[in-house]
Write a new protein. Structure first.
Lengths: 302, 553
């Protein structure tokens, strides 16, 4: 508890001790780095993140088997195996594009030879995957625009609204950059998480902006109180999501038979990255812009 | 004045407050819809998705295009008949008739076999009665080897995968082109009509029925996708069912308990939609080719069905199961006998199978339509995504998500306790959060919606974000560190809900694209998040705001 309070008050002291312009610098640097990472990935690979099987197309088979990677590669040598990996205590085999007949014979082989290994199979058509990519991008853009419209409707003032939208934008970009550098593949789950992040990451910004603009009292005092509430909020959400991530990803370390749940693991890791980015963006960037805006308008009034 | 107000508000009992009443009613509805019972383990009315129950999912794309087409019927006729009989010369044309000369005199049947309609022949001069739309439809259907349907207003549905340039090229050979809209862009939409999508869905579910799989959910998405969830079946079986057409056979009753083969389904060349016949009974018209017509004619006469229809019914089987049987109608018997006596060969023959009157007759007619098509789908279908989850793996996922949920709630409770250090805040907060989860589950059970893995991830995420809003309420109310007077409390609660509603609105709009778009797997996540947020802000959190007032005073 003391450590938590300490952390909050240190954070608080930091924001009091620095000028708004200084507060904004670290998050802007982080945003710039994130954009460079995504841009670099885009130039290098044609996509800002590594695309998972749902967007690339292909086949994934996971098996609860103790067969070695090489043994599995041999067993499936008639098919275009890309690689064999461990997914928790299960083996995950990825296949490249195949025609319908090959796909069918693969499915038959898996279900007869590996019936004991509770085989999970996923197949996606590359052409459809391409159209999913477009849809996913569209979903993210629409979602972001709708969020921005709502934010403008709520505050009806330019600078505070821009501050909120910019901070949400930075959350998404930094979370995406994290996805890109940690090598997590973009899946439907990660897209869902990014959308959730768009909606959720503005919660603490809305709290901060409302408290600062619509309440009387000293600015620093309002900031301290908003921070206590906001950090608790992000803390509880991080706690829930981290618990979800750990159970979905690492259960097998405790009970070896438990599988990894990749879709939940994907959703939660992206939310964790996003929430951590949101801590910085809300309490440095958004706060910095708001402080600057309030001091400026006070000076103008005076 | 202020004093009086406070007193009045204080005397208001908790159980009389409308927020509490709504909350209690919602919880009761949730309890009734979930309907937990205990016999050999806990069971409830909650339904689970494939990834938790085990089974196979298929994503099918219906290949098709809707486009506007204009072409010159006389050029089509010239090309088609010249290809068949050598260069023909068109001598006269109007909107309804085309007259042309063939190099050699030909039989009426030979000309009609090309399939563009009925003709009138004098030596080598042929007059063909035409209908522009039919000619275009026939031409496309023949050369693209698929069904083409005229939709009206110059629009056609081509039920196969084809690209724009291929079709343009085909049309330019007969002086035709793809129509353009007001901005000059070609009218070209990949997909099929709602009716075609619906019909494909019906045929698939009828097929699955024949395999003994009842009530399989098939969900149409967008204008050309069908999602099928097959519980308890592995991927090979599922692909076999969907991809293989059935074997259709017509047999005739020989004696009381023996039947004889008449003709296979491949000789059925067209199947009409259910229509009411003259007598009011529902029926399906279908056409058999020459071989089929001869087989039916010979069987009907040789087995005595034309003399004694009642004892020699025609029987239709799909995959060796009887799907229809009825005696031959008297007028049909007459015609068949005439054909038999004259030993006349017909190029094709139209028959009607009646199924009775009323709604029952109509339903039977619809089923028979599917059977006559031998489960063949009206459009070309490709599997664009598929997968299987074994039941044992699904059971593990279920167990694990339950652990994740409990674990998430406990860690959230720990964070709340570290922050507030008060049981009076901790318990109502955790209870509210639990109640929100319970109400989301109740809602899922109520609308019969299946919980899947992304959906459960959504619920856990709602635990995390829901607590946030309770934190906002608590901190707003206790801004000075203690419970304020009722008047201030009311103002504060108002402010807290201002923030909460704003936050909820952004979450809902941000998730909404997922509801509208065709990602099957993510709909669950979007629905739980949106429903969870709504239940939270409208039911659970107002009740919490009211309860902490009494508890902290």
């Amino acid at each position: 508890m003391n450590q938590v309070t300490n952390l909050v008050s240190r954070f608080d002291t930091y924001t009091r001790a620095h000028k708004p312009e200084q507060l904004v610098i670290p998050p802007l640097v982080a945003l710039a780095i994130a954009l460079v990472i995504l841009g670099g990935m885009f130039v290098g690979t044609g996509a800002p993140m590594r695309l998972g099987f749902e967007f690339e197309g292909g086949t994934i088979v996971t098996l609860a088997t103790s067969d070695s990677h090489d043994l599995l590669k041999d067993a499936f040598s008639d098919y275009p195996v890309i690689d064999v990996r461990d997914s928790g205590s299960r083996r995950m085999i990825r296949f490249g594009p195949m025609n319908d007949a090959e796909k069918r014979s693969l499915v038959e082989k898996v279900n007869s030879d590996y019936e004991y290994a509770t085989p999970e199979i996923k197949q996606m058509d590359p052409v459809y995957g391409k159209s999913l990519q477009k849809q996913a991008l569209k979903a993210i853009l629409i979602s972001f625009c709708l969020m921005a419209v709502i934010v403008f409707l709520i505050f009806r003032t330019f600078v505070p609204s821009v501050a909120v939208v910019l901070s949400a934008f930075s959350d998404i970009v930094i979370a995406s950059a994290f996805i890109a550098i940690t090598g997590i593949e973009l899946s439907l789950g990660t897209v869902a998480a990014l959308l959730m992040l768009i909606g959720y990451s503005v919660d603490s910004d809305i709290l901060l902006t409302t408290r600062l603009l619509k309440r009387r009292g000293s600015l620093d005092d309002k900031v301290t109180k908003a921070m206590a509430t906001g950090l608790t909020m992000t803390g509880t959400t991080l706690a829930a999501i981290t618990a979800m991530y750990l159970v979905a990803t690492y259960s097998y370390l405790v009970i070896p038979s438990l599988p990894q749940i990749s879709i939940i693991s994907d959703i939660s890791i992206v939310l964790i990255f996003g929430l951590v980015a949101d801590l910085m963006n809300t309490w440095l960037m958004n706060l910095g812009i708001l402080k600057w805006y309030m001091q400026k308008s006070r000076r103008r009034r005076a | 004045m202020v004093h009086a107000e406070v007193k009045e508000a204080k005397s208001m009992k908790l159980y009389k407050d409308f927020r509490i009443i709504i909350f209690v009613i919602a919880m009761l509805i949730a309890l009734i819809s979930i309907h937990p019972t205990y016999s050999n383990g806990l069971s409830s009315r909650l339904q689970y998705g494939l990834d938790l129950e085990g089974g196979t999912w298929l994503q099918l794309k219906l290949e098709g295009v809707i486009t506007e087409i204009d072409a010159d019927p006389s050029q089509i006729i010239k090309k088609e008949f010249s290809d068949a009989f050598g260069d023909i010369e068109i001598t006269d044309r109007s909107d309804t008739e085309i007259t042309f000369k063939t190099p050699e005199p030909l039989e009426k049947e030979t000309i009609e076999a090309i399939g563009y309609g009925s003709v009138y022949v004098r030596d080598n001069e042929v007059t063909l009665t035409i209908n522009k739309e039919y000619v275009i439809q026939k031409y496309l259907s023949k050369h693209l080897n698929c069904e083409v349907v005229y939709l009206g207003n110059g629009a056609y549905e081509i039920r196969s995968a084809i690209n724009e340039s291929e079709l343009s090229e085909m049309l330019s050979e007969v002086g035709g082109s793809i129509g353009t809209d007001m901005q000059g862009r070609p009218v070209w939409r990949e997909g099929v009509t709602k009716e075609t999508q619906e019909m494909t869905k019906e045929i698939l579910s009828e097929k699955l029925n024949i395999w003994g799989l009842k009530e399989i959910p098939i969900t149409p998405v967008g204008n050309n996708i069908l999602l099928i969830d097959l519980a308890g079946i592995d991927l090979n079986t599922a692909q076999k069912i969907v991809a293989t057409p059935g074997k259709f056979e017509i047999r005739i009753q020989e004696t009381n308990n023996t039947t004889a083969h008449v003709v296979w389904g491949e000789h059925i060349i067209a199947v009409d939609i259910p229509k009411q016949q003259n007598g009011g009974a529902w029926g399906i018209g279908f056409t058999v080719d020459g071989t089929g017509a001869n087989a039916i004619r010979d069987a009907a006469v040789e087995y005595g069905a034309v003399d004694d229809p009642a004892d020699h019914e025609l029987i239709m089987l799909l995959d060796e199961k009887e799907v229809y049987s009825a005696p031959i109608a008297p007028d049909l018997a007459e015609k068949l006998r005439e054909l038999y006596d004259r030993k006349e060969n017909v190029p094709s023959y139209g028959l009607v199978a009646t199924t009775g009157t009323g709604d029952e007759g109509k339903t039977k007619a619809e089923q028979l339509q599917v059977h006559l098509r031998a489960g063949a789908l009206p459009v070309k279908v490709s599997v664009i995504g598929s997968g299987q989850v074994p039941a044992a793996l699904g059971a593990q996922f279920k167990e694990q998500t339950l652990i994740a949920g409990i674990f998430a709630l406990l860690t959230v409770a720990l964070v709340i306790f570290l922050r507030y250090r008060k049981k009076k805040i901790l318990i109502p907060m955790v209870a509210t959060s639990l109640s929100e989860v319970f109400m989301i589950l109740g809602f899922a059970a109520l609308i019969g919606w299946q919980l899947d893995l992304p959906g459960i991830a959504g619920i856990i995420a709602v635990i995390g974000t829901g607590i946030d809003h309770l934190v906002i309420i608590t901190d707003e109310v206790l801004y000075e560190g203690r419970m304020p007077s009722t008047k201030v409390y009311l103002a504060r609660i108002g402010k807290a809900f201002g923030i909460i509603f704003a936050a909820a609105a952004t979450t809902i709009v941000a998730m909404s694209p997922l509801l509208a778009m065709g990602f099957g797997a993510l709909k669950g996540f979007a629905i739980t998040t949106i429903v969870g947020v709504l239940i939270g802000v409208l039911i659970a959190r107002p009740a919490y705001g009211r309860v902490i007032k009494d508890l902290l005073e």
